[in-house]
Write a protein that binds this ligand. Structure first.
Ligand SMILES: Nc1nc2c(c(=O)[nH]1)N[C@H]1C(S)=C(S)[C@@H](COP(=O)(O)OP(=O)(O)OC[C@H]3O[C@@H](n4cnc5c(N)ncnc54)[C@H](O)[C@@H]3O)O[C@H]1N2
Ligand code: MOO
Length: 409
């Protein structure tokens, strides 16, 4: 078969049935299921999503604690200093103080029974030669009840819900989980993604030559997918323009999600749709009313495994990541939805008559965003400078319009 003449290609109707952009995102969000939860040691849980709410296993602080280095005191001063040594963090609770007694204490040490407050070291004095009673140094206030004390349960009580299910485990979550008594965390195992890069024209090194171009999606997709919480290989699989090789790779994949790049349009080597049809896949999204990227697709194989077909043009592929892959991975990773972000367009952005546009933008001060040049479907310059892709509704948006932003890594 010969390729259609360029003019025919421009007027020919799209071979697929485009889904509205928001509907496509919702369908992707509703596709697939996360794997059953597992318990992971804290150090291995970074980047996973909590499979259950994090509830405190203890009060925090777990005991009344000195908030400052100084003296634990009982009642109003001046105070007699006890013969016992200083109370240090991690060395148990000291002997009880009687009214009018004081004992040196370090920040973080448990308050001894009978203590009413803490006098900071620099707020107290002990007379000539450190021999006299402990007094409050002028002009500091007398340490009333609870002074410089972190009371037990100030931050939380045992059983209190600290974080919701779906929270992504970042370093601060690891810190809170450890403080709250956890050794392992219930998390959603990360979905594994197979990335299949199609196209005979793709080079993996050197300069474009003789009609061949560098593969831009091999370097882009795996790290982006990892940011979205997936396990992705260092290197994608390169399939070339070989329908049978694609069929084999898709049919034998054991991944939780398959992503292909290229081969989604109407050219002679665009065989993603025919291969899916041959494998009896159910196509849920057959093209999306979005620019760039409208030939993208989402299908489910008879095994239940979802497959996203990204267009080959690099910015069109990015549009597919934001439209289909991100919502789908949110479901597979168990990550909670994020608050939508928005910004005010610094300049007017022309729209497509019927389709949503995704346009690279950079953050500016005051919640404004600047549309970037070089946003053509085959271009990467705009994206590489962008902080986000702005969602421009059909018909376009005048300057000052508040538009939704999809953050880019
Ligand atoms: N007759 C039609 N032609 C095209 C249509 C259409 O609706 N009817 N849609 C156009 C649109 S929109 C896009 S986007 C592309 C989608 O193309 P494919 O998904 O089939 O991708 P390819 O044909 O394989 O490649 C397109 C383009 O992208 C380059 N490419 C591919 N993979 C990579 C990669 N990994 N890194 C860098 N560049 C890549 C490839 O060399 C081509 O230049 O179709 C339009 N045509
Ligand atoms: O998806 Mo295409 O031109 O819209 O890149």
């Amino acid at each position: 078969m010969t390729a259609p003449a360029p003019d025919a290609a421009r007027v020919a109707p799209a071979p697929h049935h485009e889904t509205d952009w928001r509907t496509a995102r919702r369908i992707a969000r509703d596709t697939g299921r996360p794997r059953p939860p597992v318990d992971r040691p804290l150090r291995d849980a970074l980047g996973d999503a909590l499979a259950a709410p994090l509830t405190a296993l203890t009060d925090l602080p777990a005991f009344d604690t000195a908030a400052m280095d100084g003296w634990a005191v009982a009642g109003p001063g001046p105070w007699r200093r006890t013969e016992t040594g200083a109370l240090l963090a991690g060395h148990g609770t000291g002997a009880a103080l009687a009214d009018g007694e004081a004992v040196p204490i370090a920040t973080g040490a448990p308050l001894p029974p009978g203590a009413t407050g803490v006098l900071r070291r620099e707020h107290g004095e002990t007379g000539p030669g450190d021999a006299g009673p402990l007094r409050v140094r002028e002009p500091y206030p007398a340490p009333g009840p609870g002074h410089e004390v972190r009371p037990r349960g100030q931050e939380c009580r045992a059983g209190e819900r600290l974080l919701e299910r779906g929270t992504v485990v970042g370093p601060p979550v690891l810190a809170l989980a450890a403080a709250a008594g956890y050794d392992v965390l219930p998390v959603v195992p990360r979905p594994r993604v197979d990335v299949l890069v199609l196209g005979d024209e793709l080079l993996t090194r050197g300069l474009p030559d003789d009609g061949r171009v560098r593969d831009a999606l091999g370097p882009l997709l795996p790290p982006w997918l990892r940011r979205l919480g997936a396990r992705a290989p260092e290197e994608p699989r390169r399939i070339g323009d070989d329908a049978e090789a694609l069929r084999q790779a898709v049919a034998h994949s054991t991944a939780d999600l398959i992503i292909t790049t290229g081969g989604t349009a109407a050219g002679p080597a665009d065989f993603v749709r025919p291969v899916l049809a041959g494998l009896k896949a159910r196509v849920l999204v057959d093209g999306v009313a979005v620019r760039p990227g409208h030939p993208m697709l989402l299908a489910v194989l008879p095994s239940g495994r979802p497959l996203v077909g990204l267009p080959g043009n690099p910015l069109a592929a990015v549009s597919g990541v934001l439209t289909l892959v991100e919502p789908l991975l949110r479901t597979l990773t168990g990550r909670a939805d994020r608050e939508p972000r928005s910004g005010a367009l610094e300049q007017q952005v022309p729209g497509h008559p019927h389709d949503t546009r995704l346009v690279p933008v950079a953050f500016r001060s005051g919640g404004r965003v600047a549309p970037l040049r070089f946003h053509g479907p085959a271009m990467l310059r705009g994206l590489a400078e962008a902080d986000a892709m702005a969602v421009v509704p059909p018909g376009g948006a005048p300057a000052g319009t508040e538009v939704e932003l999809l953050l880019t890594p």
